[in-house]
Design a protein around this ligand. Structure first.
Ligand SMILES: C[S@@+](CC[C@H](N)C(=O)[O-])C[C@H]1O[C@@H](n2cnc3c(N)ncnc32)[C@H](O)[C@@H]1O
Length: 428
């Protein structure tokens, strides 16, 4: 039976804009064939007359609930249709299950679009039949699937196993939390304004927020242009747990600091907003390093930037660093809320490659650190392999090393999962 309950806020025009669906289909096709969701979304979004928030909601939503939606589709079809048609079914099921739009309008929209796309009446009938079958059998199907763990936790089995192994007490809450939408957190630029003064602008604009450890966490998603004085450099968007760096390490004036994996510059800028240090921001990816430069400019901060490989020596002028920040490339398993496609893209075998790169980078950078200097090892991963196990490896491999502090932050209602470990280089 078609659900008519949801008709209250329905505007016919929502479904008349066919370009939205073309774009949604294009982005999801790219992502399902291997591209990164954020990159594909940002690259494709500059089209006129599209409803950006719908495109974002549906593309991110389908990837957020991919495992649930995909299992339902598998129950409904006998023969796998073309990839684009399967994606249309994912879109239809996502909107029916998770949006406030009425099911009849969603069905109509997707069925008509399938015909426009293929000019094939059989496909139109197929899409129509599958969606209506879902609407008829939704409760029964979902009951049948309830014992399937990938469906229940909306995650691949390897990830469920890994989290069970690493977090025997709270693996379920970690998985459940990973299905939520992320919060926007703001970091106030203390060189320009205080938190207390900045929140007056939020109040004036009626932007709802809460303060958590002096970090502003917005209640609702908002376009960047609507964030007061963002362009003027009063605030930056940075996850609340990414902002913890300030609690983990203190800097002395004029210290020479390397941010070894710096793009897009969140941690570099946070350091420079709060400390008088000489900072070198390095990254292997020049396009991403441009983002560091743009952020430094917007915030009116100064640092040298260099495009180079932190696992190599060739860029280094032999001047040792007082502090090295190593926010290394990782599985990003703490950031499923922001990057819902990661659960879909990552394979268990990827973790070993990340660990190898992390070890290469740290062992190389260690030589560039002064005696008594500190390195902060950071990942946005929640896997022990990339965090605590790596620290054990460093302790064994680099003998002149002492662990000063360690903190594993798990994803929660406000922030992502992050790992911080401060390592001191002992005098030999
Ligand atoms: C987790 S992100 C860094 C986030 C950044 N610290 C911040 O707070 O905004 C990891 C970065 O490491 C860079 N990267 C990956 N491999 C690298 C390497 N071998 N040398 C230097 N940078 C690398 C990536 O390009 C990426 O920008």
């Amino acid at each position: 039976m078609i659900n008519n309950k949801k008709s209250a806020n329905y505007k016919k025009s929502d479904y008349a804009i066919i370009t939205d669906l073309h774009l949604i289909l294009k982005i999801l096709s790219e992502v399902i064939s291997g591209k990164n969701l954020n990159e594909s979304f940002n690259k494709n979004i500059n089209v006129e007359n599209i409803n950006v928030s719908r495109v974002k909601d549906v593309t991110y939503g389908v990837m957020r609930y991919f495992f649930i939606l995909n299992y339902i589709i598998n129950k409904l079809i006998k023969n796998d249709p073309e990839s684009e048609i399967r994606i249309l079914l994912l879109i239809a099921l996502y909107e029916i299950k998770y949006s406030k739009k009425p099911a009849y309008a969603i069905t109509n929209d997707i069925v008509e679009f399938s015909f426009k796309l293929t000019k094939n009446i059989k496909i139109k009938k197929f899409v129509n039949a599958i969606i209506r079958n879902f609407l008829r059998r939704q409760i029964e199907l979902e009951k049948e699937l309830a014992n399937n763990l990938e469906y229940k936790y909306n995650a691949p089995q390897w990830l469920i196993n890994k989290l069970k192994n690493d977090y025997s007490d709270n693996w379920e809450s970690i998985l459940n939390c990973s299905n939520n939408k992320p919060k926007i957190c703001l970091r106030v630029n203390s060189k320009k304004i205080t938190v207390d003064d900045y929140i007056k602008y939020l109040n004036e604009e009626n932007i709802k927020y809460k303060l958590v450890d002096k970090v502003i966490v917005l209640d609702n998603t908002i376009a960047i242009e609507k964030i007061p004085f963002f362009k003027e450099g009063y605030v930056s968007i940075q996850d609340i747990h990414a902002q913890k760096l300030k609690d983990v390490i203190k800097f002395e004036p004029n210290q020479y600091v390397l941010d070894a994996c710096s793009a897009p510059g969140g941690k570099s800028c946070q350091i420079l907003e709060n400390n008088q240090v000489n900072l070198l921001a390095l990254d292997i990816d020049n396009n991403r390093l441009d983002k560091v430069r743009q952020n430094l400019d917007r915030l009116n901060l100064k640092a040298n930037t260099i495009c180079a490989n932190a696992a190599e020596m060739d860029w280094w002028d032999k001047k040792q660093f007082d502090v090295i920040i190593a926010d290394v490339p990782c599985s990003a398993s703490g950031t499923f809320k922001k990057n819902p496609d990661i659960k879909f893209h990552r394979k268990v075998s990827d973790i070993k490659n990340f660990v190898a790169t992390q070890r290469e980078i740290i062992c190389n950078l260690w030589q560039m650190l002064k005696d008594n200097g500190n390195m902060v090892y950071i990942t946005c991963s929640i896997f022990k392999e990339e965090n605590q196990d790596n620290i054990s490896f460093f302790k064994q491999k680099l003998k002149d090393i002492k662990v000063i502090s360690e903190m594993q932050l798990l994803p929660d209602g406000n922030g992502d999962g992050f790992y911080y470990c401060v390592l001191k280089k002992l005098v030999k």
